[in-house]
Design a protein around this ligand. Structure first.
Ligand code: MRU
Length: 394
């Protein structure tokens, strides 16, 4: 997407120095646009853990590039194959240990590990193969999101036709825009596609406490693209729905089970309840890599990340003088608990928007889109042959 007239993705290899992975520092947004360099597996681990980058698709792509850096660090495969394999397994475990909820991260790390270990030849071949594979995962993520946009825009178009030129009001939670993926986004991709097609859209942006990804990232993205939006308090959505001010809710997802239960940023479930009560369609947008077909019951099975209570007890922002400061917002003695995600049961979800189209949030609906039973991402080129993956990778 464009920032000040320049096209960016959220992660890429540095031109002229492919041993460096570059990312947009999301901790600095919305007040400063900053690019940072990652040069080692440890850099990637820290960037994911401390949320310099975040969002399901992007942490998946980061894990893929992290595995590529692991190959560079491991040195010569030919000299010590056992040591090489052990180093790669350690890197995959380290990366997977950073954040538990989004499927994309483990999916990408496992996929890269399997591919690298199966690549014949010496260090040079493995290095090149890992670089191409990481790039392909990133390209696949961007292309999936682009297609999600085209499918989702059709939904918006139907509502726009009924509203005869009035803007379509879409509520979203957290940031499932291009910053959460490699490009385009999941929940926001249909908004961008509809906007680019000339459909009038307006977005209600949940602030998304405690880390405020809505206020700092979604609002920033929408402003860059020129999309009309208003920031709202997390608790305002129900009120707006009761008063007919929301035509459609679209959120992203971090993990979706084979029966359509969806984990997403904490607070999503409450929006889904309010949407159901008020007859507002509630859609979940996701690329294939967010499905987890090994899981059925989202409530019982999806691991929910609990993060540092400091994220709740303190808040950061810009002062009138332009300084970034952090302040405490609760009594010194009050502890806090900080769950990062919740699960919306499939029965509250009107439909799932993936790169393959729109389906019911049910085992049958998902199976219709994924008859092979094991979603694999779009293949863009010839660098990742099917036979490189064991059947249980997907
Ligand atoms: O904790 P985050 O910011 O990495 O949360 C993940 C998310 O961005 C959201 O849950 C999002 O809606 C789904 S990921 C595109």
């Amino acid at each position: 997407m464009n920032v000040e007239g320049r096209r960016y993705r959220t992660i890429w290899l540095k031109e002229g120095d492919p041993a460096v992975v570059r990312i947009i520092n999301q901790l600095a947004l919305p007040h400063r646009f900053e690019i940072i360099d990652l040069r080692s597996v440890e850099d990637v681990r820290r960037a994911v853990k401390d949320m310099y980058l975040r969002g399901a698709g992007l942490i998946g792509a980061a894990a893929a590039f992290g595995m590529y850096l692991a190959v560079l660090e491991a040195g010569s495969a030919a000299g010590d194959p056992a040591g090489f394999e052990a180093a790669l397994r350690r890197a995959a475990a380290l990366l997977k240990d950073t954040r538990p909820t989004a499927s994309n991260l483990a999916w990408a790390a496992d996929r890269m590990l399997a591919l690298i270990l199966r690549t014949p030849g010496g260090a040079g071949e493995k290095r090149e193969r890992a670089r191409l594979a990481a790039q392909e995962i990133a390209d696949g993520d961007a292309e999936c999101c682009r297609r999600i946009g085209l499918h989702g825009a059709e939904l918006i178009k139907v509502i726009a036709e009924k509203k005869r030129g009035e803007p379509v009001n879409i509520l979203t939670h957290c940031n499932a825009g291009w910053l959460a993926f490699v490009d385009y986004g999941s929940a926001l991709s249909p908004v961008y596609a509809a906007f680019d097609q000339g459909i009038k859209v307006h977005v209600w942006v949940d602030e998304t406490r405690p880390r405020n990804q809505g206020a700092s990232l979604t609002a920033w993205e929408l402003a860059r693209h020129g999309v009309s939006h208003d920031l709202i308090a997390d608790n305002a959505g129900g009120h707006l729905m009761q008063h007919g001010m929301v035509d459609l809710v679209i959120t992203g997802a971090d993990r979706v089970t084979r029966r359509g239960d969806a984990a997403n940023k904490i607070g999503t479930y409450l929006k889904a309840l309010a949407a159901k009560e008020n007859g507002v369609p509630f859609y979940t947008a996701l690329p294939s890599s967010t499905f987890d077909f090994t899981m059925d019951d989202g409530l019982g099975e999806i691991p929910i990340e609990e993060r540092d209570s400091a994220e709740l007890r303190f808040i950061s922002g810009k002062t009138a003088e332009g300084r970034i400061e952090t302040v405490q917002i609760c009594p010194d003695e009050s502890p806090a608990r900080n769950w990062g995600f919740d699960v919306t049961p499939a029965r509250y979800i009107t439909g799932l928007i993936s790169e393959r189209g729109i389906c019911d949030a049910s085992e049958e609906g998902i199976r219709n889109l994924y008859p092979e039973g094991n979603p694999v991402p779009l293949r863009l080129g010839g660098s990742m042959p099917e036979e490189s993956f064991p059947a249980d990778f997907g």
